[in-house]
Design a protein around this ligand. Sequence first.
Ligand SMILES: C[S@@+](CC[C@H](N)C(=O)[O-])C[C@H]1O[C@@H](n2cnc3c(N)ncnc32)[C@H](O)[C@@H]1O
Ligand code: SF4
Length: 388
Amino acid sequence: MSGGETFGAKVFGVYVHWPFCLSKCPYCDFNSHVRHAAIDELRFLRAFEREIETTAARAPAHTVTSIFLGGGTPSLMQPATVGAILDTIGKHWAVAPDAEVTLEANPTSVEATRFRGYRTAGVNRVSLGVQALDDDALKELGRLHTAQEALDAVTIARGAFERYSFDLIYARPRQTPQAWAVELKRAIAEAAEHLSLYQLTIEPDTPFQTLHAAGRLAIPDEDAARALYDATQEICDAAGLPAYEISNHARRGAECRHNLVYWRAQEYAGIGPGAHGRLDRDGVRYATATEKRPEAWLMRVESIGHGLITDEALTRGERADEFLMMGLRLAEGIDPMRFQALAGRPLDAARINDLAAHGLVENSHDGCLRVTQSGFPVLDAVVADLAA
Ligand SMILES: C[S@@+](CC[C@H](N)C(=O)[O-])C[C@H]1O[C@@H](n2cnc3c(N)ncnc32)[C@H](O)[C@@H]1O
Ligand code: SF4
């Protein structure tokens, strides 16, 4: 995979957000909600269909190359609902025959029959939220499944889909590099082609933040987190699953094509509550976002045909900064010429030289600028330096 060959390819992603979960995990600040009354899935489906139609009218003549059903917990949707969403996308846009269609699934809501139903509906890849292979850690993370149940879900995924991935959270309270190494190697033995490995972050307005602020939840400090990060890279590299993005590992060619659309700053539509999109019109890129609250989104779509509350043209500078911020997450890095075309100015050579002298960035053989293994743990600072 090289920056040059991919930047020219015409890709278009569609993200669909299902905003409900069975329970709210205390670390999570995604747009996910728990409802004690039954959710009117058919009513949501009608609203998804309507918003897809409106969005396709606004971004016509695109060929969809990837679809991602994310959440929340999309595996709480009936396979028939997923099938109807995919059919609607196919009715309003052309869909490439080899389009990647991913569904995020929570091990708690996995059954084999349901997975086969998703497969029949057109899903060809699942991403499972395993989070940990340790029951005490899963309990502390507020998960409703055990490690064995998560592994059973992986087995079911393997039987139903050619492509699957799962997520783990590391840098958890009291986690040592030794214990993480054992857990990660076990995970790699179960993984086929792709793993997402996220360092636990304390997000604002979550129960974990409250506990952390009260001194009741200690997470690894910077040095300990760095040791865990280094162990992760070493073990995954040795297993043939190098990081292609700061938190995502894959065998060559098995990268998540949908997420690459975001990281390569390409075009995508966002459907559903709180979904973001990036759509081009007359050479200008628009950042879109829909109403986050599920029921408010529903009513908005039912009355005006879409849930958009933000639809802003990005300035050249904003677009260039976004390109930098997203692209430098990738191991392949960014094409400095594309930055220059977007920003109307080149990257600052003196700053690049300075960062390179500190071993934080380097040039790849095909002329891309990329962050080094030592630079990734301080990625935010590197981006801030280059964007300023
Ligand atoms: C939107 S969730 C979807 C997965 C599905 N709902 C589940 O939990 O099984 C995407 C992933 O983000 C990760 N994540 C969420 N909050 C996080 C946090 N505070 N720190 C690290 N990873 C987090 C988890 O690994 C989670 O699987
Ligand atoms: S981690 Fe997944 S299951 Fe937990 S609240 Fe977030 S979206 Fe829902």
